[in-house]
Design a protein around this ligand. Structure first.
Ligand code: ME8
Length: 520
């Protein structure tokens, strides 16, 4: 039976439309999920929306609507974005789902039974924008001297009766976890930050609110709703049948990767494992915090007027160009920047010229000169073997090893180097010049290229599923060979022996242009 692989994204606040950061995270998770499926794993890829909390309640009030109506309207935009970007999630979890309420309440009761919850009074700073409590010592001064959270968001003094979670009790178990499971938090820089934070000692965490009611009710304490992060984090368990000891719990938990942005590392790497330990549940295998995506180096905000609709970007440049750009441009785990010029430039040079033209030249040459019959392999030269070995390394080991380690950019780079090698090979072998002088050699060169392109197309499927899939369809590569384990060279002989005929190929990546006023 295939080994399970469970990956999640953060669940977004549906208090507005999705932005580029949401698209970035969804695409990265999708690339990893598709990759693992192609490695033969049984994948559960979960995403969703985080619909409760003060932030949602306040936004709804501001818009003169209800939080439920706002959440439903905006959640649809997230679903639409995922569809437009080819995000192949298996489960879309909304926190307003009654099954989710049941799972959060069950987790709460386990923590309570452990003696980890107690009623007290909270007095301290709260940031609605971050849905986070901060210590006085963590606050920074704004331009007018006002107090701000470390993320630069406004904070308000809050005094309320509240349930508390004994987080302080878990400082040592958490440090033991980070030391015993060194890959629990990645990348390394985030791990170090979290370790410093926990080493400084942990205070108990306020985990309920009484000043509003848009949330999951605390069992037995009806005037309290749970702190939105207790509710939100538990989405990862919802759907697995928790608290039952179900086959789904056994199969999927602990989760393999929680993919999140760097700003919410503390919630996932400190609070979440502490809640799970309290409830006697295994902790996730890994929390991976990706960086922030900036628009020409700047954070997108309504006041700067630079907020981009990711679906509009995909419409303009092509979904696969956008997906490729985002994964290729930024070292995964670090911050990165995007601009229309950068998308156009990479789209044209790497996808259009290097990969698209390689396929186009090779396939149209076969279609024209061999009447669409696949070329026969006569005798392979050292150059042919060398090219196939390079492609074999990239597709068979370098890209999969890098993707396995979530070094997405590095994996794509290995792929691109192999594409460049094919371009150098086609120029050096010049099959067009061999047509009259040595037709057998021409066939061998074309057959070598065909195999190389087929393998490269399979390898890059997780990143550009539509375009690579269309190319493989044009080439007639059977579905059964479109995985990392089945993309060796054997398929070619069978394909060439069959009577499939290659038609005139359609260019994969039309050249992208920028309007004159956007030229860099
Ligand atoms: O934090 N670049 O929701 P959210 C990259 N509901 N990633 C970004 C980004 C950017 N510019 N801006 C935001 C929440 N993100 C909670 C999560 S999970 C149990 C609850 C990332 O809508 C952000 O880091 O504010 C987070 O991983 C995701 O987008 C959703 O952010």
């Amino acid at each position: 039976m295939a080994e399970p692989f469970y990956i999640t994204t953060a669940i977004a606040y549906p208090n507005g439309r999705p932005h580029i950061g949401h698209a970035y995270e969804a695409i990265a998770a999708d690339v990893i999920a598709r990759f693992q499926r192609m490695m033969g794993r049984d994948v559960r890829f979960q995403t969703g929306t985080d619909e409760h909390g003060l932030k949602m309640a306040q936004k709804a009030r501001e818009l003169g609507t209800t939080p439920a109506a706002l959440a439903t309207e905006m959640t649809q935009h997230f679903i639409d974005m995922d569809r437009a970007l080819n995000v192949s999630y298996d489960v879309f979890q909304r926190t307003t789902d009654p099954a989710h309420h049941a799972s959060v309440q069950a987790l709460w009761q386990r923590m309570e039974a452990k003696g980890d919850l107690y009623l007290d009074r909270y007095e301290g700073w709260y940031s609605v924008r971050d849905e986070a409590y901060y210590d006085e010592s963590e606050l920074v001064a704004g331009e007018g001297g006002e107090k701000l959270s470390p993320q630069g968001t406004p904070v308000e003094w809050t005094v309320e009766e509240s349930w508390f979670f004994r987080l302080s009790k878990y400082a040592q178990p958490l440090l033991d976890l980070y030391n015993g499971q060194p890959d629990f938090i990645r990348p390394e820089s985030r791990r170090n930050e979290v370790m410093r934070f926990v080493e400084g000692g942990l205070r108990d965490l306020s985990v309920s609110r009484t000043s509003f009611d848009w949330g999951v009710k605390v069992p037995g304490s009806d005037d309290h709703v749970m702190y939105v992060w207790v509710d939100a984090l538990t989405n990862y368990l919802t759907g697995l049948g928790y608290p039952g000891e179900t086959p789904d719990m056994a199969k999927w938990w602990p989760c393999d990767v929680h993919l999140i942005g760097k700003d919410i590392t503390r919630f996932h790497a400190v609070y979440w494992p502490a809640f799970l330990m309290s409830a006697d549940l295994p902790v996730p295998r890994q929390v991976f915090s990706h960086g922030f995506l900036l628009n020409r180096g700047q954070k997108e905000s309504k006041s700067l007027g630079n907020v981009t609709d990711p679906v509009a970007l995909a419409d303009r440049f092509g979904v696969d160009v956008l997906r490729y750009f985002l994964m290729r441009e930024v070292t995964f785990g670090q911050d990165g920047s995007y601009s229309p010029e950068a998308i156009v430039s990479r789209g044209n040079t790497e996808l259009g010229n290097a990969f698209g033209n390689l396929a186009q030249r090779t396939l149209s040459f076969i279609a024209k000169n061999l009447g669409g019959a696949l070329p026969a392999v006569h005798a392979r030269s050292a150059e042919d073997e060398e090219l196939l070995a390079h492609v074999g390394r990239a597709v068979g080991s370098e890209l999969p090893a890098a993707f396995q380690a979530l070094a997405l950019q590095q994996g794509i780079d290995a792929w691109l180097q192999a594409v460049f090698a094919c371009n150098a090979y086609i120029d050096a072998q010049a099959p067009w010049a061999l047509r009259k002088t040595d037709p057998e050699r021409m066939e061998t060169v074309l057959a070598t290229l065909f195999v190389a392109i087929g393998r490269l197309a399979v390898a890059i499927l997780p990143v550009i599923p539509e375009k690579a899939g269309a190319l493989l369809d044009m080439m007639g590569v059977p579905q059964a060979n479109r995985t990392y384990g089945t993309v060796g060279a054997d398929w070619y002989a069978a394909l060439a022996a069959g009577d499939a005929r290659l038609g005139a190929p359609t260019p994969l990546f039309p050249r992208l242009e920028l309007p004159a006023d956007e030229d860099a």
